[in-house]
Design a protein around this ligand. Structure first.
Ligand code: HEC
Ligand code: HEC
Ligand code: HEC
Ligand code: HEC
Ligand code: HEC
Ligand code: HEC
Length: 444
């Protein structure tokens, strides 16, 4: 019945609705998209609920152009007029259907945590295992890249040490994102593969992809093309925590919502455009100097009395940095004619979200949030007097991707030497991102 309605209703909507609106409003506009629970007020049931701004075509056009301030409803002002007109038409179509507009069916990408046990590939023994090593026999490039990625490390020593007993509820809750297959709860070797190929690519007896395989070749298991594969909602379940437990109004992982509120959603630039370009599985992010360099620009402005360092987020589709784990440090100091730093002139600023917990992670408070939203610029003044020998003002950015855990593991290592290894590893992962030197302006 529902499937029949879906077939009847879905073709009437423009493809843009599935891509731009369905994440929140659901495929049939019923307010039941995969991201719906992340917003208060909830995304409207477009088919039956009253509309604040009114339901005439011109009202809907305005809603889409302006969005609704202080809610999750984004502005679609950057879309071409014809496309907005088609989306207005979609909403009118749904309102005409009313209660007959289809609700969201079972979720093929995310049936629920943990992911249900996989069917064994009957014909080829290689499909009897969920291990990345088996996929790697036929997909060596993806395997090699994934092996060097953070996803392959998602169940590393740090997590294993924090959850020594895999059977506890806490360990299970961590596994929903760090090792999500049902089989990973009982197979320690497989658990160590973290976010393994099958977590994204296998459901039941099929392989999920965003496109059918070339020339209809045999693929061992059937390839199932999933519309949401390759869209941001594919990453949502692990890269956004629910609203409950939010700290200062924002969940500790809030990457999907940051992206959805940014110009990247209407521009149709999902997570995968940046993190899986050309199906590159290395997953370059905060741990990769080249990726971080592409995220920011740094300049020194010396127009007023006080020099100002300006950092712009030009390349990350979410806050820079998005989670509370990394710390970016901005260092400002004066250099003499030989380029040597001058004592007493150094100033350090932290760019990031600082949270603390005094009771082992049950309650968190936010100390500061100096992250930079997509497309935004933040300014830090340098109000130290010029030293006698100063010739240039130097500004530099450093990234410490594991900053939060480096501190946490160092604290644990005091009582428990087993944490010494991961403490050293996380402490050593920082790098210099970029720097500029600006001649000190002449006295005015
Ligand atoms: C990131 C989530 C999100 C996306 C994407 C989104 N919306 Fe919304 N939308 C919301 C939320 C949340 C509300 C409820 C706002 C409120 O209650 O004031 C809303 C409300 C609306 C309303 C009701 C406005 C009113 O007058 O009450 C319309 C119409 C609407 N959205 C259409 C769309 C269309 C069409 C798209 C795709 C082009 C879209 N939305 C994409 C979250 C979203
Ligand atoms: C909703 C999904 C989710 C859940 C549940 C979750 N994590 Fe994570 N975790 C992540 C993501 C995503 C990152 C990467 C974020 C980043 O780069 O800052 C991460 C990062 C980490 C890291 C840092 C890894 C590193 O090397 O920097 C540790 C340690 C960690 N989580 C431990 C845990 C523990 C312990 C639990 C259970 C109490 C848990 N996580 C539950 C999603 C989750
Ligand atoms: C976090 C989710 C995720 C994991 C884990 C993952 N992949 Fe992918 N994979 C993707 C996405 C997203 C794409 C589509 C990229 C695109 O075309 O935009 C993709 C594409 C592919 C493709 C198609 C390649 C092409 O040229 O289009 C193959 C084959 C593949 N992955 C195999 C693997 C294998 C093997 C592993 C494990 C070693 C793996 N993937 C792990 C998300 C994932
Ligand atoms: C026995 C060899 C074999 C094994 C094992 C295997 N695959 Fe494939 N797979 C193929 C072939 C052949 C194709 C079609 C490739 C093409 O047409 O470009 C394919 C296609 C795919 C595609 C579709 C993307 C595309 O290239 O169009 C994905 C995704 C994929 N495999 C993922 C996986 C994952 C994940 C595993 C492990 C669970 C796996 N495969 C194991 C042989 C295999
Ligand atoms: C099954 C859960 C899961 C899914 C699905 C998932 N991730 Fe992750 N992701 C994680 C975890 C856990 C980590 C942290 C791993 C660590 O550092 O230990 C992570 C880390 C990352 C990082 C951090 C890299 C760095 O250098 O810090 C990026 C980027 C990322 N994921 C992007 C994506 C994108 C894009 C998608 C969607 C295609 C996706 N992830 C889907 C769980 C997931
Ligand atoms: C426009 C390109 C772009 C888009 C879109 C994008 N990212 Fe990123 N992402 C980056 C860059 C560049 C970095 C490295 C700089 C940084 O750490 O913020 C990064 C870093 C990350 C990290 C590392 C942790 C951290 O605290 O920075 C995670 C996790 C991540 N992205 C996940 C996602 C997810 C999930 C989405 C989609 C909801 C997404 N990204 C969309 C470019 C992008």
């Amino acid at each position: 019945m529902i499937a029949a309605l879906l077939l009847a209703a879905a073709p009437a909507l423009s493809p843009g609705f599935g891509e731009l609106c369905a994440p929140c409003h659901g495929p049939g506009g019923r307010g039941d998209g995969p991201a719906a629970a992340l917003y208060l007020p909830r995304p409207r049931d477009l088919a039956v609920e009253a509309l604040r701004n009114g339901g005439r075509p011109e009202d809907l056009e305005r809603t889409l152009r302006e969005g609704i301030v202080a809610t999750g409803m984004p502005s679609f002002a950057t879309l071409p007029d014809e496309e907005r007109a088609r989306l207005v038409q979609d909403v009118l179509t749904l309102r005409a259907l009313g209660d007959r507009a289809p609700r969201r069916g079972p979720d093929a990408l995310w049936p629920g945590p943990p992911l249900p046990a996989l069917a064994i590939g009957a014909d080829l023994p290689i499909f009897a295992t969920q291990s990345a090593h088996a996929c790697g026999r036929c997909h060596p490039r993806a395997f090699e890249q994934w092996s060097a990625s953070r996803h392959a490390l998602a169940f590393g020593d740090g997590l294993a040490l924090q959850t020594p007993d895999a059977a506890t509820a806490l360990a299970e809750s961590c596994r929903t994102c760090h090792a999500p297959l049902a089989e990973q709860s009982t197979q320690p070797e497989l658990r160590r593969e973290g976010v393994t190929c099958a977590a994204c690519h296998r459901r039941g007896g099929a392989k999920l992809s965003r496109r059918p395989p070339g020339d209809g070749r045999a693929t061992g298991l059937p390839v199932q093309v999933e519309p949401d594969f390759g869209r941001a909602v594919q990453c949502l379940p692990c890269h956004n925590l629910p609203l409950e437990g939010a700290v200062a109004g924002k969940p500790l992982l809030d990457t999907f919502r940051e992206w959805a509120a940014s110009p990247y959603l209407p521009a149709r630039i999902p997570c995968q455009t940046c993190h899986f370009a050309d199906a590159d599985h290395r997953l370059r992010g905060a741990h990769d100097p080249e990726a971080v360099r592409s995220a920011v620009t740094l300049r020194v402005a010396q127009t007023g009395q006080t020099p100002v360092a300006e950092v712009s987020n030009v390349g990350a589709g979410h806050a820079f940095p998005t989670t509370a784990t990394p710390r970016v440090v901005l260092r400002l100091r004066q250099l003499d004619a030989a380029g040597a730093p001058l004592a007493g002139t150094e100033v350090l600023w932290a760019i990031g979200r600082t949270v603390t917990s005094s009771d082992g992670g049950r309650h968190w408070t936010q100390v500061a949030d100096t992250r930079i939203a997509p497309g935004e610029t933040r300014r830090w003044p340098y109000d130290v007097a010029r030293a006698a020998d100063a010739r240039t003002l130097e500004a530099e950015l450093f990234m410490y991707p594991d900053w939060f855990y480096a501190g946490a593991f160092r604290a644990r290592a005091v009582d428990d030497p087993a944490f010494g290894g991961v403490a050293a590893e996380t402490a050593g992962s920082g790098f210099r991102v970029t720097g500029v030197r600006s001649p000190w302006p002449r006295a005015r």
